[in-house]
Design a binder for this molecule. Structure first.
Ligand code: MG
Length: 418
């Protein structure tokens, strides 16, 4: 998928400091609106944004990344009385697969999507007035000007456990996603937001125009905007990569150069021949055949010992490592290193319940490349992440109707022995 994006933030016309933070990276965009104390809100939103960035980069699903951000905010606040009680909202968008974006949401910052010229709100606010609207005690119009419209009912950093709303949206080129703090939505009506988002083709200028609109309307709060335009989506395809044939046989081949250790998975590297042994010294005419053979053996013993130690060491490394790969279209854990090394081919250690067809395109590529390398528990953790992504995408709806949030908790993928 390919995107362009723009962003803008402003302190507004009333507040003295900007407690919003935002994130724009090639595959993750987010807005966080901090609350609490003189500097607490600012620290909370910045801490949460950094935690989400790091967690997504390490392969976690967006809802898990937001759960990590909650822990990070709580940890940052502990032991610092000036930061006690700080909290932040978080609305984060990540690339899910060929045509999908995943949105994790907590608090009252919002995500909208412009599709065919129509702006729709994706997220439900965790706010007092929104709950009153859902209960039928306020109309949407009353909510727009309600004096308590800033009151948030969920904030990262407040509780140990968080229930993150997760939405999946399908997008096509030309779609636009807008993430914003409530500094925009408490000041500017949705129809005016739609008009600006629809009329300004450049995402950077659209973000700036939205901030300007909030400030013209009074700018009572900090306003932060991230606008993401979908330029290109990937075609749907299930890639079942070539995988090394699992085998239990351990065959010591030849003392090849260690180039095999960096082999591409699925492609056995060509083994280089063992170095030619040095030519024996010319026989002395006085020496018998027996002493000549003894001399040659003595010359080779140190060389053979060095080779044996090297081969044994590499074999030990090859047989102590694990990674996650495909066997056919099944996700499995292999023992060994991708592509094998010095004749130690990877062997199938455990099968999982996951198949290539269930995975997002990014996860398929990761598995095809032999990810989750290291110890067996590394490989299990990686499989758990894959399962969490599958759970996240399979329990949400798409944009044909307004998606309903699902609160997901990662489940460990069941593993069985082959
Ligand atoms: Mg705000």
């Amino acid at each position: 998928m390919r995107f362009t994006w723009g962003s803008a933030t402003d302190v507004g016309r009333v507040r003295t400091n900007n407690q919003d933070s935002f994130l724009t990276e090639p595959a993750v965009w987010a807005v966080a609106d901090g609350m609490g104390g003189h500097r607490g809100g600012e620290v909370a939103s910045r801490t949460a944004i950094e935690a989400v960035r790091a967690a997504v980069a390490s392969g976690l699903a967006v809802n898990e990344a937001i759960t990590r951000a909650n822990a990070a905010v709580r940890e940052r606040a502990s032991g610092d009385t000036e930061l006690t009680g700080m909290a932040t909202t978080m609305t984060a968008v990540v690339v899910g697969g060929g045509q999908e974006l995943l949105i994790g949401h907590f608090g009252d910052s919002r995500a909208y999507m412009l599709h065919n010229g129509v702006l729709r709100r994706i997220t439900d606010d965790h706010s007092l007035v929104e709950e009153l609207v859902r209960e039928g005690r306020l109309t949407a119009e009353q909510a727009e000007s309600h004096p308590q419209r800033h009151v948030v009912t969920r904030g990262l950093g407040v509780d140990n456990d968080v229930e993150v709303d997760l939405y999946t949206i399908e997008v096509i080129p030309g779609d636009r996603v807008v993430i914003c703090s409530d500094g925009l939505t408490t000041m500017v009506r949705e129809r005016d937001i739609e008009r600006i988002v629809r009329s300004e083709p450049d995402p950077q200028r659209a973000a700036e125009a939205l901030v300007d609109a909030a400030n013209r309307a009074g700018g009572e709060d900090n306003t932060s905007i991230v606008v993401v335009d979908v330029v290109e989506v990937d075609p749907i395809e299930v890639v079942v990569p070539e995988t090394p044939a699992p085998t239990e046989a351990i065959v010591a081949e030849t003392a090849a150069a260690p180039a095999a250790a960096t082999a591409v998975p699925g492609h056995r590297p060509a083994m280089r021949p063992a170095p030619e042994p040095p030519a024996p010294p010319p026989p002395r005419t006085t020496a018998s055949w027996g002493s000549r053979i003894r001399g040659t053996l003595l010359l080779f013993v140190p060389l053979i010992l060095v080779l044996a130690i090297a081969v044994g060491g590499i074999g030990f490394y090859a047989r102590r490592s694990y990674y996650v790969g495909f066997s056919g279209n099944r996700v499995v854990i292999y023992k060994g290193v991708p592509g094998g090394v010095l004749g130690w081919d990877p062997t199938l250690e455990q099968r999982t319940a996951l198949t290539a067809g269930q995975l997002t395109q990014i996860d398929r590529q990761r598995v095809a490349a032999g990810s989750g390398r290291g110890s067996l528990s590394n490989a299990h953790d990686f499989v758990s992440n894959l399962q969490a992504h599958v759970n996240a995408t399979s329990t949400t709806t798409t944009t044909t109707t307004k998606p309903r949030p699902t609160t997901t908790r990662p489940r460990t993928a069941p593993v069985t022995t082959p």
